[in-house]
Design a binder for this molecule. Structure first.
Ligand code: ADP
Length: 723
């Protein structure tokens, strides 16, 4: 091969073989020898060479050719990489080439030479076969080497991988060791945390036994770890509650979560309300467990109870406030108050003690819980030093007693001692400097009361104080009204008597003035006549005024009972009565639709006659215009009389309603000044009001309010009218 390589440029040789293909070259060489052997045989037989001679020679040539052919053909079955077929072909050709060269060199020697073609063919064919054998050997060797190399590489690769895996394993191992350490650390850490919390931590198995728990469970229940090991969760609650707890746990395993409130029973029999919350988890070996927390909710429960009690107390104060507004019976209010205070504070007794002014004793006026016959009769001292009531009166704040047996401020009184009272709250009803009495609530157990309880009792006492004060005020007011009515009556009687009795001497004055004029009239000079006329006029005016006063004083006493009155009819009467005046002032009176009102028809006619008469009287220059209208306002009517007259200065608009108050001289406008006062009195008797809206020079509107007739009566009244 190396020889051939030197003879030809290796690259081009190899390329030529590569182009043709090593296997094809071997097969072609085989075919060449078989063809040459066959061709020579035919030629020799034709030339008469003996057959056996021809056959033997041809066999010697074709034999190696067939070897080349069949080996070349069967090369893929050899254990040789196809890549090395070129090497085999090269070896074949080298065998051939070497033999050829030997023969050429041999022919150059001067002796006998080999020039027989058959011999040359046999030799080169055998040399080619020898080359083939060497080539196959070389190919097998190369293939092996290649395989070895590949395997080697694979081995190396596998080794590197192995080394890497080992590295990784080592690393993982160290990490594992690390995390194991950490896990242990965390485990201790969580144990610490779980033991540090006040809540109970637990892990329950499906049968209700505890797999794990924290120290709180022992601390709260008083059971030891070994006790707990043999207990189920249900054993921590009251026997009556166990079924419910078991069901809740079973539910928890089924649904995945547990929420439960139950009272935890401690080893010494105490009961603590707890709230449990837990979730279903799985242990590393696939066992389901329930893990969670239990929290003491006694604080929350107490707060809830407290809030509920606050709400109840507020409700009681609100209800009593409402009752105080609705009832006139102060004893009913006190009875209700004592009953409800005792109930809300869960006390056996409650009482209202009544302090009479100047008395040394307080009367048990109302109360609950006390022995029969005591309420309304029993008394406690307001001054003796052993009396809680006396002590309460001496202070300006509520007195709270937790235990009367150890109380140093007082020891009784007898009422409390005889009822085994040990605790309570008492407070003053009314102002501390002028107390009305005491509200006290007591119990036979020693008790501590909260600030809110004390405020509650104080609030109830305030409700009672206000009700009592209001009742006293009401009583005073009623007494005052009675006084006023009496004095009014006396005044009316006086006015009536005075005006009635004045009429007699006045009549005398008038008749003697008439007598003087008739008998001595001729003897009087002009001045005498003038003076006499003044005297007569004065007497007339006085009569008018006395008559007015008389009428004024009789408004209340001589009025008719109220009934539905048709104001249209009243106005018609007024028009008729004022006929002359209306004509004299060329008056135009217009009216809107006028209602029925509840009242005294005679008095109302007087009112509207005065108002319309004034409207005409004070109409000023030119014809008078008067308008009467009405407007409904809920249960009353406002009836107005409007004129286009001289009007009234704002400063005078109040006083014109007073008796004998006039704004003008008699010469200018006639009148006594009692008309509007009378109107006001009558309207007041009807429960209404009278007022004027006016602008000087632009007219006045006098308005009165009168009670409306309810619809039914109204219909009846109009029925009567139309009939
Ligand atoms: P008199 O008899 O004087 O009219 P009244 O009590 O009826 O007495 O009225 C009191 C005073 O009120 C009158 O003197 C008058 O000055 C004034 N007055 C009453 N009605 C009117 C009115 N419609 N317009 C202007 N002034 C009036």
């Amino acid at each position: 091969m190396m020889t051939v390589g030197r003879m030809l440029p290796v690259v081009s040789w190899n390329r030529a073989i590569a182009v043709v293909g090593g296997r094809r070259i071997v097969i072609a060489l085989g075919v060449l020898y078989v063809a040459l052997a066959t061709g020579r045989a035919f030629v020799r037989i034709g030339a008469g060479t003996p057959l056996e001679n021809v056959l033997i020679i041809s066999l010697l040539i074709a034999g190696p050719g067939l070897v080349l052919l069949s080996v070349g053909y069967r090369l893929p079955t050899f254990d040789i990489d196809a890549e090395f077929y070129e090497t085999i072909a090269t070896w074949c050709l080298v065998g051939f080439g070497v033999m050829a060269s030997v023969l050429v060199v041999y022919s150059l020697q001067p002796g006998e030479v080999v020039d027989d073609a058959a011999t040359i063919l046999i030799l080169t064919a055998l040399a080619s076969v020898a080359g083939l054998a060497a080539g196959i050997h070389d190919g097998v060797a190369k293939t092996r080497t290649r395989e070895l190399e590949t395997r080697n590489r694979e081995l190396q690769f596998a080794q590197t991988e192995l080394e890497e895996t080992v590295d990784r394993l080592e690393e993982a191992n160290s990490q594992l060791a690390n995390s194991n350490e950490r896990l242990e650390h965390y485990q201790t850490y969580t144990d610490h945390v779980l033991n540090a919390i006040h809540d109970i931590f637990y892990v329950l198995e499906a049968d209700g036994t505890l797999q794990r728990w924290n120290e709180s469970l022992c601390a709260v229940t008083g059971y030891s770890d070994s006790d707990i090991e043999s207990m189920t969760a249900a054993a921590f609650v009251d026997a009556d509650d166990r079924e419910r707890v078991r069901n809740a746990i079973a539910d928890g395993f089924e649904t995945g979560s547990l929420q439960l409130e139950a009272a935890l029973q401690t080893s010494d029999g105490a009961s603590i309300p707890y709230e449990f919350a837990a979730s279903r988890l799985e242990t590393p070996d696939g066992e389901p467990v329930i893990a969670g927390i239990g929290r003491d909710i006694s604080g929350r429960r107490a707060r809830e109870r407290e809030l509920e009690q606050r709400a109840q107390q507020q409700q009681v104060v609100a209800d009593l406030g409402q009752l105080a507004l609705e009832t006139d019976d102060i004893d009913e209010l006190m009875r209700d108050a004592t009953r409800r205070v005792a109930a809300v504070l869960d006390n056996e007794y409650c009482k209202v003690l009544d302090l009479d002014e100047g008395s040394n004793d307080l009367l048990l006026r109302q109360g609950v819980g006390w022995d029969e016959g005591l309420v309304g009769n029993a008394t406690v001292s307001a001054v003796e030093t052993d009396s809680q009531a006396a002590y309460t009166l001496a202070n300006d704040h509520p007195i709270v007693v937790e235990d009367l047996t150890t109380e140093s401020r007082f020891s009784g009184p007898e009422l409390l001692r005889s009822h085994d009272v040990r605790s309570g709250i008492s407070t003053i009803i009314g102002p501390a400097d002028n107390p009305w009495g005491i509200l006290g609530t007591h119990d036979t157990d020693s008790k501590s009361f909260t600030d809110e309880d004390v405020t509650f009792v104080q609030s109830v006492a305030n409700v009672l104080a206000e009700a009592i004060e209001r009742q006293q005020y009401q009583a005073e007011l009623e007494a005052l009204i009675v006084d006023l009515e009496e004095s009014n009556e006396r005044l009316e009687q006086f006015a009536y008597a005075a005006s009635h009795d004045l009429q007699e001497p006045l009549r005398m004055v008038s008749s003697y003035l008439t007598l003087i004029e008739r008998r001595y009239g001729d003897e009087l000079d002009e001045d005498g006549h003038e003076f006499l006329a003044y005297a007569v006029d004065g007497a007339d005016r006085m009569r008018e005024m006395i008559e007015g006063l008389l009428e004024y004083s009789r408004v209340e006493t001589r009025g008719d009972p109220f009934e539905p009155v048709d104001l249209e009819a009243v106005l018609a009467d007024v028009r008729q009565n004022l006929q002359l005046k209306i004509e004299a002032h060329e008056t135009e009176i217009t009216t809107g639709e006028l209602p029925h009102v509840e009242g005294d028809a005679g008095q109302l006619r007087q009112v509207f006659q005065n108002l319309v008469s004034n409207a005409i009287e004070y109409s000023g220059e030119g014809p008078a215009r008067v308008h009467v209208s009405a407007e409904r306002n809920g249960t009353e009517w406002t009836v107005s009389v409007t004129d286009n007259g001289i009007g009234i200065e704002p400063a005078d608009q109040e006083r014109i309603f007073e008796v004998f108050q006039r704004l003008h001289s008699r010469e200018k406008y006639d009148g006594t000044g009692i008309g509007l006062a009378l109107c006001e009195r009558i309207i007041e008797r009807h429960g209404g009001e009278i007022w004027v809206d006016s602008e000087p020079g632009a007219g006045s509107t006098f308005s009165v309010t009168l009670p409306a007739v309810d619809e039914e009566l109204d219909d009846r009244a109009s029925g009567v009218q139309s009939a």
